[in-house]
Write a new protein. Sequence first.
Length: 318
Amino acid sequence: MGGLGGFAGLFDLKAAGYRDPLIVVSTDGVGTKLKLAIAHGSHEGVGIDLVAMSANDVVVSGAEPLVFLDYFATARLDLPVAEAVLRGIAEGCRQAGCALLGGETAEMPGMYARGDYDLAGFVLGAVERDRVIDGRTVAAGDAVLGLASSGVHSNGYSLVRRIIEDSGLALDAPAPFEQARALGDALLAPTRIYVRACLAAIRAGGVKALAHITGGGLVENIPRVVPSGLAVELDPARWTVPPVFRWLAETGNVAPIEMARTFNCGIGMVLIVAQDSAAHIARVLSEAGENVSTIGRVVAGKGPAETRFTQLDAKWPR
């Protein structure tokens, strides 16, 4: 409703087709991945990251992202940089199916060093009250599906930057794990946006919980959507770990459990589904363009929910 340029944006939930909607909101940033983007002079991808981090969080509740707002703060506005970031934000909104409703650009000399900037994103979504997904029906025997990530996504970049420094490699040097691309380009691959595929899977029925694998990795994010008394048992042999994670583990001498606690290790979104619906939901996700693997199962546990691994030896990720 209305137009751009006002003091606030308006969105009509009734016109969007909702009967009894609950509002679902999320806010996030891109973290120290921005330092890498600034150093490499590549800014469009972090705009996609900004949308992805909040849009993927909103869909975990079964909600459709509807509108996005951004906050761009810098010392002095560099128009080409700001335009590149905004192009990325617009592309992220297209991928997530939400409207770029507005934002704020703040110039704060003295707060930021010359050339630095920071981003924050805000997504508002909605879900019908009777269609909220909250993990309460998860039970032992449920299947765990994993959707492939596009790379490191937007978490763990303080460690990534330290590993780059220790390696002595320049950002424009060929990536050791992907010779056809510069190291900076490979590490700045935008976060995959799973919204459309996840909404299609939810509509197919049988999805009990979703977990966006962000900071905390596989170890800490999955238990957030699983009731106490259960554990999610993952088999790392069931999915392909992108070579970037092997390079990070070997170059940084990062232990397997810390890799799983810090990075997505190739799985950007997890769905817990009824066993008898798993094949159908996997097919729906594949048809929506996702690379889907059955990566584990829900088992009985004791106490708070946890992630377990059937094998996590010193050679993982291979």
